[in-house]
Design a protein around this ligand. Structure first.
Ligand SMILES: Cc1ncc(COP(=O)(O)O)c(C=O)c1O
Length: 457
């Protein structure tokens, strides 16, 4: 009997009961899922099977991370072997895969002399990057630099400092933000904050960082942080000039440029790292998610040699930062196996090629009156924005409830797309092929037709 057949109706009901009574689902309202929690029991390639036996395409790669797809035996074996050999070394020492992974990351990164600090996930990677930037400044003649500038509506993680940087709804219960957290306008290609030529508008957005640095005093600013493409802010692709300008500003005022690549790192934008698309070298890069394809938790702050070298010297130069499970040997072993798959199957190339195909196929969705914008064309990340009025770009009112209705409609069409609302985020595994993209776009097409009818009824 397969695992799936083993779940009888009675067993499913029992699990729903336990979940409804005892499980805190992340960032979701109990009343929305109690008795009807989606439970999955198997995954293979881009496809997942729920507890009732329905097989669906995962259009979101888990939570933006399942680069190598589901069911990879090689990763499971690497985890098993490492656990059997030595699950973790005594404190203050290293296990072999930690060392190997640091070397591998440097090989793939745009600075091959980079040094990597491993964490347990993305929030910690961001915290580590920011803390590293502050200490770097202290060691480099800017002892008063503690401020960090980020963009409104970005998401940098759930921990206190990361939430302060995000200025997103996730900041809900936090009260006052971290002192020194400053925010500028995010890049929005559909409703740009500045009129005129898109490149000029993007550069003006980037220039807001400079305005704030000058206003605050460059000697007080430690870092600026941004995602190459912000998923939280709606998946808007900046022109190359945006990140190139960020680099210029960071250089001009001796500010550390941090790229939050928790979503985009390891192939999502058709290059191993996002800023490679624009020939930009950040000073520190925060990664997580796809480094292990989400098989086990792992994150990292990758420092260029210039930044890392500041921490070599006397005791005073030490980076006093420790995370018990940061870079766990089992996770680093999984990451090595994952990156080996990504290299041998050229998943970064596939991201580029299939990203182009996906973007071209999504264009036909513009036939639906409710589609205001289709964004993509840089790897396997894309977005379809729905609007009430195409000319004015007016959004649907919250009462239309798109974010609750669309994922359900798509589920019925065998597509998992939990981030489907005013903006439908599309982020499939990097192993996806043309047929699967056709399936994904057909499902969206059908769902939009249904949604349009329901909205006009
Ligand atoms: C851009 C970005 N930064 C940071 C994080 C935080 O990562 P984690 O949830 O692994 O802590 C996320 C999570 O989705 C993210 O998307």
């Amino acid at each position: 009997m397969s695992t799936i057949e083993a779940y009888s109706g009675e067993r499913i009901e029992e699990l729903q009961q336990i979940a409804g009574d005892h499980l805190f689902m992340h960032a979701s309202q109990l009343n929305d899922w109690r008795g009807n929690l989606k439970v999955f029991v198997k995954g293979e390639g881009c496809w997942v099977t729920d507890i009732s036996g329905n097989r669906l395409l995962d259009g979101m790669a888990g939570l933006w991370y399942k680069a190598a797809g589901y069911g990879r035996r090689e990763i499971a074996d690497a985890v098993y072997e490492q656990m059997q050999a030595i699950s973790s070394p005594p404190a203050g020492s290293a296990a072999v895969p930690q060392i190997q992974l640091a070397g591998k990351v440097a090989e793939l990164y745009s600075d091959n002399r980079a040094r990597t600090f491993f964490t347990s996930g993305g929030s910690e990677a961001v915290e580590t990057a920011v803390k590293m930037a502050k200490k770097y400044q202290q060691l480099n003649g800017k002892p008063r630099a503690f401020k960090v500038i980020s963009r409104r509506y970005s998401y940098h993680g759930a921990t206190a400092m990361a939430v302060s940087l995000g200025r997103s709804p996730a900041a809900d219960p936090m009260g006052p933000e971290m002192p020194g957290a400053l925010h500028v306008t995010n890049w929005d290609s559909y409703r740009p904050a500045y009129e005129g030529d898109p490149v000029d508008a993007a550069v003006k957005c980037a220039n807001e960082f400079e305005t704030v640095i000058l206003h605050q005093g460059p000697e007080t600013v430690a870092a600026i942080i941004a995602e190459p493409v912000s998923a939280a802010a709606g998946i808007h692709f900046p022109p190359a000039e945006y990140w190139q300008r960020l680099r210029e500003i960071a250089d001009l005022y001796d500010v550390v440029l941090i790229a939050d690549e928790v979503i985009t790192g390891f192939g999502r934008l058709g290059t191993w790292f996002g800023p490679m698309n624009w020939d930009v070298q950040p000073d520190v890069t925060a990664v997580a998610k796809a480094i292990t394809s989400g098989y086990v938790p792992l994150g990292a702050a990758i420092a260029t040699k210039k930044v890392a070298d500041a921490f070599t010297g006397s005791d005073a130069e030490t980076f006093r930062h420790l995370i018990t499970f940061g870079g766990h040997p089992v996770s680093t072993a999984a990451a090595l196996a994952n990156l080996e798959i990504m290299e041998s199957e050229d998943l970064v190339g596939n991201s580029r090629r299939m990203g182009d195909y996906l973007y071209s196929q999504l264009q036909r969705l513009r036939e639906h009156e409710i589609v205001g914008d289709v964004r993509g064309g840089l790897g396997l990340l894309a977005a379809v924005e729905l609007v009430k009025d195409r000319d004015s770009k007016e959004r649907f009112p919250a009462a239309a409830g798109l974010a609750k209705r669309l994922p359900k409609i798509l589920y019925e069409r065998n597509l998992v797309s939990f981030r489907a609302g005013d903006v439908i985020s599309i982020c499939p595994p990097l192993i996806i092929d043309r047929d699967e993209i056709d399936f994904l776009v057909d499902a969206l097409d059908g769902a939009l037709e249904q949604m349009s009818k329901e909205l006009s009824a």
